[in-house]
Design a protein around this ligand. Structure first.
Ligand code: IPD
Ligand code: CA
Ligand code: CA
Length: 263
């Protein structure tokens, strides 16, 4: 049985409620790596989502950030990031969300991303456009880097920091402004809503991208790997999302910056 977008929205809202209740409180914070955190709220949110999916859709496969792959029919695959923006959350800084994507027969069909502090539900069904609550959203028309507000993020691996700093230096000189929000899911939603014009990241994971990639593309973005390939959900994942005109310009700058890195 296939879920509906209402199922994803309901699950995201329930997990978002948990995040909102936990926000601003003291947390048991654990380190998954030198700078990679996980709180008990990440884990509780994930357990809640796993329980909801197993109850309604037993037999579906699930890929989650904190507990990995749960076997099931690969014709039905869920992508869960129970708390995207954990570092913000752990510091009491707004800017985090629940991200849920659903793929049927290998194609992402449904995505819902919920920001509980702003009560913003971004969602999309393949072929039906992208939405913020009850309103349709579209990417911006910005096609000039100098008029564009860009966003990026840094994975926790050391090599990514060095690589992405080169891209950051290049784009900061070329664009109007550069932001690092700390949530890949919200980066993609804000591209969809035209709040930001272009987003790139060097290393991300399928649970960061599945729902947001669909939402951004349904809003008119071109969503690819950094090299312009279609397989941005195939690890190791990278991402470049912007309206097609700006995407082409960002792609050229990333290739130039990569060449300089290789030199
Ligand atoms: C991280 C955030 C961040 C991005 C990292 C992600 P997490 O996810 O989305 O913005 O730059 O690449 O790993 O750890 O907060 O779920
Ligand atoms: Ca994440
Ligand atoms: Ca997470």
């Amino acid at each position: 049985m296939h879920p509906t977008i209402a199922d994803l929205q309901s699950f995201a809202r329930q997990a978002g409620e948990l995040l909102r209740e936990g926000y601003g409180r003291e947390h048991a914070v654990h380190h998954k790596g030198r700078i990679n955190l996980v709180t008990e709220v990440d884990r509780r949110s994930e357990e809640l989502l796993l329980g909801l999916i197993r109850e309604r859709f037993p037999g579906h496969a699930i890929l989650t950030e904190e507990s990995g792959r749960h076997q099931g029919s690969e014709d039905h695959l869920w992508y869960l990031d129970p708390l995207d923006g954990t570092t913000n959350f752990a510091h009491g800084l707004p800017g985090f969300a629940v991200s849920i994507g659903y793929a049927a027969a290998g194609e992402v069909r449904l995505g819902a991303i919920y920001d509980p502090l702003k009560d913003e539900m971004f969602w999309a069904e393949r072929g039906q456009g992208a939405w913020l609550n009850d309103s349709r959203v579209h990417v911006s028309a910005a096609d000039d880097l100098l008029q564009s507000l860009l966003t990026t993020g840094f994975a926790y691996e050391d090599w990514v920091i060095e690589t992405n700093l080169k891209h950051v230096v290049r784009f900061r000189r070329l664009c109007q402004g550069l932001r690092m929000l700390g949530s890949a899911a919200l980066d993609l939603c804000y591209i969809a809503a035209g709040r930001l014009d272009g987003y790139w990241e060097v290393l991300v994971y399928p649970w960061d991208l599945a729902a947001g990639g669909l939402i951004a593309s349904e809003a008119g973005a071109l969503v690819t790997t950094l090299q312009g390939g279609a397989g941005y959900l195939t690890p190791p994942c990278s991402i470049l999302a912007a309206n097609p005109a700006l995407h082409a310009k960002m792609r050229v700058e990333l290739a130039t910056s990569d060449q300089a890195l290789g030199a």
